[in-house]
Design a protein. Structure first.
Length: 305
C-alpha cells in the first residue's frame, strides 16, 4: 500500500527538508527559520521600541507624522514607540496627546517614553527658570500621553565656565523638577548626549550630586560615549532607566564601527537592567530599508520574538 502523503521523487531527507522550510516560511520558526535549539534565550523583562528620531527627515519635512510613525512601528511588529518631542504638532493640546495614546493602543503598542531637548548647564537665572519650566511642562505632557519616561539632556558647558560648577548646575536643574516628576509618576533619564555628559565620569558625577531617587536615572545611549565606549557603558549601566540603541559605536581611533548587540546584551544583563530598549537609528543608509534589518538583529540578540 502506498504511504499517505508520499511525494514521488522525494527522499525522506528531502521531505523533512521541505517540511522544515515550510515551517520556517510560515513564521513558526524563530528568527526566520533558526532551529529551536539554537534560539537565544530571551533577555527577561525587556521589550523593543523605536525612537521617532529614527525617521527625523520624514517627520521634519512633513512626509510623515507621529500617527503614521506609530502605524509603521506596528507594521514592524515592535512592542513600543518613543515619541520624540521635536515632531509633535505646534500648539497641541491634551486631546492631541490622547489621540496619539489611543492610536498606539489601537495598534497594540505601548508609548515607551518621550524625549525632549533642554539645557540645565547654566547658572541660576531667568533662562534656567525657563528650562526648568519647559521640563515640568513636558512631565505633564508625558503623563497625558501615558509615557512613563522622559529623556533629558545635561547641556553644554558655557565657554570659560568651571566644569565643577557646570556639573552642579545640571544636578540642581534636575532636582528642581524631580518633585513634579514624582507627583506625575514620570521617570527622568539623563542621557550621555555629548556636552557635559560626554565622559562617563562626569555623567555619573551629576547623578551622584542629584542623589538616589526612584524617579531619576540614566537614559543609556549606546552610542553616546566616545572614549572606551563599552567600558564606559558598563560603568553607567547599573543606573540605566531606559536604553536607546544605536547601530554604530565609537571604536578604536574614534572611528565608528557596528554595534556589537551581543556585547550590549551582556553589559545590560550584568547590570540587571529591565525595561525598554529603543532603537534610535542614526545610520547613513535609508532608514526605511535599513531599520527592519537593525530591528531583526536586536530581536535576535535579546531573544525577543
Amino acid at each position: 500500500m502506498a504511504q499517505k502523503n508520499y511525494v514521488p521523487g522525494l527522499s525522506r531527507r528531502d521531505l523533512l527538508s521541505t517540511v522544515g522550510l515550510t515551517i520556517a516560511g510560515s513564521g513558526l520558526a524563530y528568527g526566520g527559520g533558526a532551529p529551536a535549539e539554537n534560539r537565544r534565550p530571551r533577555c527577561k523583562n525587556t521589550q523593543i521600541s523605536m525612537a521617532a528620531y529614527s525617521r527625523r527627515d520624514d517627520l521634519t519635512s512633513g512626509k510623515m507624522d507621529l500617527f503614521q510613525f506609530i502605524d509603521w512601528c506596528a507594521d514592524l511588529d515592535l512592542a513600543g514607540v518613543e515619541l520624540t518631542s521635536y515632531y509633535f504638532k505646534k500648539n497641541f493640546d491634551a486631546s492631541y496627546l490622547h489621540d496619539l495614546r489611543h492610536r498606539a493602543f489601537s495598534k497594540g503598542l505601548t508609548v515607551s517614553g518621550t524625549a525632549i531637548r533642554n539645557n540645565f548647564c547654566m547658572p541660576p537665572g531667568p533662562q534656567k527658570d525657563k528650562e526648568i519650566a519647559q521640563v515640568k511642562q513636558w512631565i505633564d505632557h508625558a503623563a497625558e500621553l501615558c509615557a512613563p519616561h522622559i529623556r533629558i539632556f545635561g547641556g553644554d558647558l558655557p565657554k570659560g565656565a568651571d566644569k565643577a560648577a557646570g556639573l552642579q548646575w545640571v544636578a540642581d536643574g534636575i532636582k528642581a523638577v524631580l518633585t513634579h516628576a514624582a507627583e506625575r509618576g514620570i521617570v527622568l533619564g539623563l542621557e550621555n548626549h555629548g556636552g557635559i555628559t560626554l565622559q562617563v565620569e562626569d555623567h555619573l558625577a551629576i547623578c551622584d550630586k542629584v542623589g538616589p531617587n526612584p524617579w531619576f536615572g540614566i537614559n543609556w545611549d549606546s552610542g553616546g560615549y566616545q572614549t572606551n565606549a563599552y567600558e564606559a557603558l558598563a560603568k553607567a549601566a547599573p543606573r540605566a532607566v531606559n536604553v536607546q540603541m544605536k547601530v554604530s559605536i565609537a571604536g578604536a581611533g574614534g572611528r565608528d564601527e557596528p554595534t556589537d548587540f551581543g556585547k550590549i546584551r551582556e553589559i545590560l544583563e550584568r547590570a540587571r537592567y529591565k525595561g525598554w530598549i529603543a532603537l534610535e537609528y542614526e545610520g547613513k543608509a535609508d532608514p526605511v530599508t535599513a531599520i527592519p534589518g537593525a530591528i531583526a538583529k536586536m530581536k535576535e540578540a535579546f531573544g525577543v520574538c
